[in-house]
Design a binder for this molecule. Structure first.
Ligand code: HEM
Length: 203
């Protein structure tokens, strides 16, 4: 690799890794404020595992079932990337339609994640549904993409999000401030257009 290649890779890692995990955490806090019963359940799990102040251990984080389910459900409802695209490099047939080379195919992550026909009305993502993209079946949950070019940072992102959420739940109860306006909005990633005003109370 040239020095320029290394610099570009560093920029990609920074852009791909920071904003995405940050909006995941933001939406997690917004949704846990909207659904305090889930906030309580998550806190109970975290306190049972790590107590009030102890830094969560790596092994402990992998045992957080409720917190993991919540983060996956947040990624279903508010995927940081609402669409992923691919470009055909040769003639290819998809779903009975033949496309020439050079066609950009948009994969509407957000729409598929919200499709009531796939998910039903009271759906919840299960931990087993996050796979590495080796399955031939069309993916219904793919916030990290799918196939050989899927996100290389997905385990790291979930670990970082679990660590951060655990440390917040250990220390604070939180609720939406009256000024919060729900307006999901996309500027590269999906984020709250007017910010996420959240009131924290130390516990
Ligand atoms: C919630 C957090 C994250 C989400 C939702 C996310 C999502 C994605 C998506 C949708 C792609 C494109 C996959 C495709 O085209 O099929 C991608 C690629 C990528 N992600 Fe992430 N990502 C996250 C966190 C991270 C982190 C923490 C890192 C690095 C530390 C990272 C590094 C990358 C890189 C390097 C690629 C390009 C992989 C390639 O083209 O081979 N991502 N990510």
């Amino acid at each position: 690799m040239t020095t320029e290649d290394v610099v570009e890779e560093c920029k990609l890692l920074y852009l791909a890794g920071m904003e995405t995990t940050s909006v995941l955490l933001t939406w997690a806090m917004v949704l846990l404020s909207m659904h305090p019963e889930w906030q309580d359940r998550a806190r109970e799990e975290v306190l049972a595992l790590s107590g009030m102040r102890n830094k969560p251990e790596y092994d402990g984080l992998s045992r957080l079932k409720t917190v993991t389910t919540i983060l996956l459900e947040v990624l279903r409802l508010y995927p940081p990337f609402i669409a992923i695209s691919r470009k055909t490099y040769k003639v290819v047939e998809i779903g009975g339609v033949t496309y020439p080379a050079g066609v950009v195919v948009d994969l509407p992550v957000l729409l598929i994640h919200h499709d009531a026909g796939i998910w039903g009305r009271r759906a919840r993502v299960q931990a087993g549904q996050v796979r590495r993209g080796v399955s031939k079946a069309p993916p219904t949950f793919f916030p990290f993409g799918w196939g050989p070019r899927a996100c290389i940072g997905q385990n790291f992102a979930l670990l970082a999000a679990k660590m951060a959420l655990t440390m917040i739940l250990q220390r604070f109860e939180f609720e939406l401030a009256p000024s919060y306006t729900h307006a999901p909005h996309t500027v590269i990633t999906l984020h709250p257009m007017h910010g996420a005003q959240i009131r924290l109370t130390a516990i």
